[in-house]
Design a protein around this ligand. Structure first.
Ligand code: AMP
Ligand code: ZN
Length: 477
């Protein structure tokens, strides 16, 4: 695949730019992970699936990708949640970390190279704060340490916020706030009664949210790296503050390309816990929705467009997948013609791969990429109707589909589509799907006794699993 010609819309500067990583052919990507204070909703999952599509697409286009995703396991929300439940912070966050991992596996997300947790990187955060204090970018007050916005000349360069609108000399202690509220923000919060704390040169306390990502990204990807992603709500203040901290401490550019995905919305509003207008993956599985249909829906809209979530949209995703599945069945069962013209299929396969690649290379234009797939399906269906496929053509078609599915992760995804949105919940499909997810997790943990047990159990109930490099498919006997 051709690595040249890849373009991204860089939020820093707000323009479409040719993409060139620091080191040719290798890309470091930092993706802000979930705050593990509850179960993620499908809005969050839209962002994580965009990031999965990005990493898969860059690999498809020939890059070697290292993705790091942090887990925010200490911040205002996790501390509040643990306090309310009377639990230690790590006991409170553990089930949410586990359910997040299960959701990613169910949605066929390629695991990141590492999922660092903020509580494991307190030393790195303190080292950055120490440098900021030494160079006058930070100061101590009220038992906490604050970032001095007035000292940072280019504060606001990502969000477009004008620094002269900041409330100079005032401070904001909360992790999240609006642009109307720009004040010196907190790097280290002095301990409060009942809160977890770590020792520090400035007394016991805990980190602010923003410093966590400055420390964890540098620990894995270095002080300057290629791509940083998140949902648009992360842009300000979180990412603006990450830039301020990292560049002021290190004296080098922090991130070359910033990519922000738009929100999943419901009735015109952002899907969010606070508005109560959300579904979790578990909610949808309980309604008999197939994870495959959800994955298709969430990746099929360009990441910079808002995506309005509806059940009709899931029906549309299921219909698109049925079209692809029917096509694969036809290819597998097509009559073989003698004396066919071999180049005819080659031309179509080449058009598929080049159209699909060009779409992804153009700022991840997934609509263009999918259009080339459906053009291919239509044209090859025509060839099958006219009995124009020869020996070996079926395998060449499937190989091309497998190739593009390394980016999409949805054609050979190990689930059926039958359950999605057809009015009748189909718990048995869902049961199979979660058993396959559990088996995948067991295999990842090298617990082969458990993975074999799950396979045998399914076999005893008439379900056969087929493992392939693309994942596991299942069939009823
Ligand atoms: P949080 O756990 O709140 O830090 O969110 C995790 C990720 O989900 C962040 O990258 C957010 O930007 C993203 N996010 C939150 N709500 C939505 C939404 N409705 N649609 C898409 N992404 C979202
Ligand atoms: Zn972050």
């Amino acid at each position: 695949m051709d690595r040249r010609g890849v373009k991204f819309f860089n939020t820093l500067g707000r323009r479409l730019e040719p993409f060139e990583p620091l080191e040719p052919g290798k890309v470091g990507i930092y993706t802000c992970g979930p705050t593990v204070y509850n179960t993620v909703h499908i809005g969050n999952l839209r962002t994580f699936l965009f990031e999965d599509l990005l990493c898969r697409s860059l690999r498809f286009l020939g890059f070697e990708v290292t993705q790091i995703m942090n887990l925010t396991d200490v911040d205002d929300k996790t501390i509040r949640g643990a306090f309310e439940k009377g639990l230690a912070l790590d006991v409170y966050t553990a089930p949410f970390i586990a359910s997040f991992a299960a959701d990613l596996a169910t949605l066929n997300v390629v695991p990141a190279a590492a999922y660092p947790r903020a509580t494991q990187h307190i030393d790195g955060m303190q080292a950055i704060i120490t440098r900021l204090l030494a160079s006058g970018y930070a100061y101590e007050s009220d038992g906490s340490v604050w970032f001095r916005i007035a000292a940072d000349d280019d504060y606001g360069k990502l969000s477009g916020f004008r620094k002269d609108e900041a409330r100079v000399g005032e401070r904001v202690a909360s992790d999240e706030y609006e642009t109307e509220d720009v004040r010196d923000f907190v790097l280290w919060k002095g301990v409060k009664p009942g809160e977890p704390s770590w020792p520090s040169p400035w007394g016991p306390g805990r980190p602010g949210w923003h410093i966590e990502c400055s420390a964890m990204s540098a620990a894995f990807l270095g002080e300057t790296f290629d791509i940083h992603c998140g949902g648009v709500d992360n842009l300000f203040p979180h990412h603006e503050n990450e830039i301020a901290q990292s560049e002021s401490a290190n004296g080098v550019p922090f991130v070359r390309t910033w990519l922000h995905s738009e929100h999943l919305i419901v009735d015109g509003q952002k899907m969010s816990k606070s508005l109560g207008n959300f579904y979790t993956l578990g909610d949808l599985l309980a309604r008999g929705i197939s994870p495959r249909a959800l994955r298709y829906l969430l990746i099929s809209v360009h990441y910079r467009q808002k995506l309005n979530f509806t059940f009709a949209g899931l029906d549309g995703a299921r219909a698109a997948l049925t079209r692809i599945d029917d096509f694969i069945d036809r290819v597998e069962n097509a009559a073989i013609a003698q004396g066919h013209e071999e180049e005819k299929l080659s031309v179509k396969v080449e058009a598929l791969i080049s159209g699909f690649s060009a779409g992804l290379a153009d700022d991840l234009n997934v609509s263009a990429a999918l259009a080339s797939l459906f053009d291919f399906v239509r044209e090859v269906n025509g060839m099958i109707d006219r009995r124009e496929l020869g020996a070996g053509d079926g395998e060449r078609i499937l190989a091309a589909l497998r190739q593009i599915d390394s980016a999409l992760g949805v054609i050979f995804m190990p689930w059926g589509t039958a359950a999605a949105g057809d009015g009748e919940p189909s718990p048995s499909d869902v049961e199979i799907e979660s058993a396959i997810a559990a088996r995948k997790a067991a295999r990842a943990a090298k617990n082969f006794a458990e993975s074999d047990r799950i396979r045998d159990d399914l076999a005893a109930r008439g379900v056969v699993l087929e493992d392939s490099p693309q994942g596991t498919r299942w069939k009823r006997r």
